[in-house]
Design a protein around this ligand. Structure first.
Ligand code: PLP
Length: 434
């Protein structure tokens, strides 16, 4: 019989994977809690939450049960002339817990599409306003941060930092105004830029406080609030991309809770369904929704996906919220956050470690090996060593991070910490002797 790995090699094109020299992927046959099991029954701690989506552990019985029941009831229906309970119930439950005055939910399939929808809402908002009242200026600039990542579709790529991810497409992307994330050192210049260009700027898109794919970069909430105050004053729409930071990742339900100024549009995905189904949400406020109300059909938001508001995905999201809003889960998030902080403090004695930092359940540091870049060779090497130790880690270049599901046990956390310390000792020795 041909192995699954061999069948995969013949027919599959994997994401973010250079297939030349690609090590055979590991067949995963089941998941339980933090653990993934391969076809030889080896267990791996999922230390990056399966690309940041899993928050309650794998194959959670509560989510599975709700999915099963919904599948027998209604698996999918077109969402234009029809509606259904899971979509409405999810919007009703989400809106009051989001950080801001959100009153409308628009569904799509994933983080990138949630971002596409947000950008389209913001651009068309200014167009619709201008058409209604020609003294209202059409705004066409978009602000985005250096090192940002908002997804892989063209609009999302356009507002993401130009990098190895976007190089091949650079001639086909629209150009936002890129600015540095705020800090006490640059805040004066940023405020000046927003003051000067404000009336032309339609929106700003940002990952609040944690730029994940850009290298787990964390930035200062106080400076950011200063910048947001100026941005709000200029009427610029604020798009919070909480695709990663949502649902407890940063220690609060949403990273926006750390900020005084609230977004006008918020993008959600990843942890939304507990990591079980593909679903995206773009939520917005009443003024933005109302800018699309018109007798003129051309003012409509012409956007939708075949699987918009898929009832299975919405049911999974409702089940995930049941679990997340349970006090026990919030306590575990808190506990993980404290342990991550304590662990990072112990790394000060390793010269090979730079910039150890954490925000909520996310811990990260750089390894002083080679250049700071995504294609740094240390990443794949550490991944391989981690697999041998029964752990799945996937550094972003030389940025190592640990982002577990909230159900991770003390023992599993220790296993990851022990492995990381072991690596640091072994890499330090090699750097010293080389
Ligand atoms: C992952 C991510 C996206 C893209 O989400 P996909 O579901 O992978 O398309 C967008 N924004 C942020 C902040 C992300 O981390």
């Amino acid at each position: 019989m041909i192995s699954l790995t061999e069948r995969d090699r013949r027919v599959i094109w994997h994401p973010y994977t250079q297939h030349k020299g690609f090590l055979p992927p590991i067949p995963i046959v089941k998941g339980k809690g933090t653990l993934l099991f391969d076809d030889k029954d080896n267990a791996y701690i999922d230390a990056i939450s399966s690309w940041w989506v899993n928050i309650h552990g794998h194959a959670h019985p509560h989510i599975a049960e709700k999915l099963h029941r919904q599948a027998l009831q209604l698996e999918h229906v077109i969402f234009t002339g029809f509606t259904h309970e899971p979509a409405v119930a999810l919007a009703e439950r989400l809106l009051p817990i989001l950080p801001g005055n959100f009153s409308r939910v628009f569904y799509s399939d994933n983080g990138s599409t949630a971002v596409e929808v947000a950008i389209k809402m913001a651009i068309q908002y200014w167009g619709n306003r201008h058409d209604r009242d020609t003294t209202s200026r059409r705004r066409n600039k978009i602000l985005a941060f250096h090192h940002s990542y908002h997804g892989d579709t063209f609009g999302a790529m356009s507002v993401s930092e130009r990098s190895v991810f976007t190089d091949a497409f650079r001639d086909y992307l629209f150009e936002p105004v890129f600015i540095d994330t705020p800090s006490p050192d640059n805040i004066y210049d940023l405020l000046k830029l927003v003051r000067e260009q404000g009336p032309e700027i339609a929106c700003i898109i940002y990952e609040p406080l944690l730029q994940a794919a850009g290298g787990m970069r964390m930035y200062d909430a106080a400076s950011f609030d200063q910048l947001l105050a100026e941005i709000a004053g200029q009427g610029i729409l604020m798009i919070a991309d909480e695709v990663l930071t949502g649902f407890g990742r940063t220690g609060k339900l949403f990273a926006g809770e750390y900020l005084r100024h609230k977004a006008d549009i918020i993008c959600l995905s990843k942890g939304l369904t507990g990591g079980s189904m593909a679903l995206g949400v773009t939520a917005t406020t009443t003024p933005i929704f109302e800018a699309f109300l018109s007798d003129d059909k051309r003012k409509t938001l012409f956007h939708g996906h075949s699987f918009t508001a898929n009832p299975l995905a919405c049911s999974a999201a409702l089940a995930s919220l049941d679990l997340l809003l349970d006090e026990d889960c919030l306590r575990r998030i808190d506990h993980i956050a404290r342990r991550q902080e304590a662990f990072l403090e112990t790394l000060g004695s390793y010269p090979i470690v730079r910039n150890a930092r954490s925000l909520g359940t996310v811990a990260a540091f750089e390894l002083n090996t080679g250049r700071d870049e995504y294609i740094n060779a240390i990443g794949p090497r550490l991944t391989q060593e981690a697999l041998d130790a029964g752990i799945y880690l996937r550094p972003l270049g030389n940025t190592v991070y640990f982002m577990p599901p909230y159900c991770i046990t003390e023992k599993e956390m220790d296993q990851v910490y022990d492995f990381l310390v072991h690596c640091l000792m072994s890499y330090s020795k090699q750097v010293l002797t080389s």
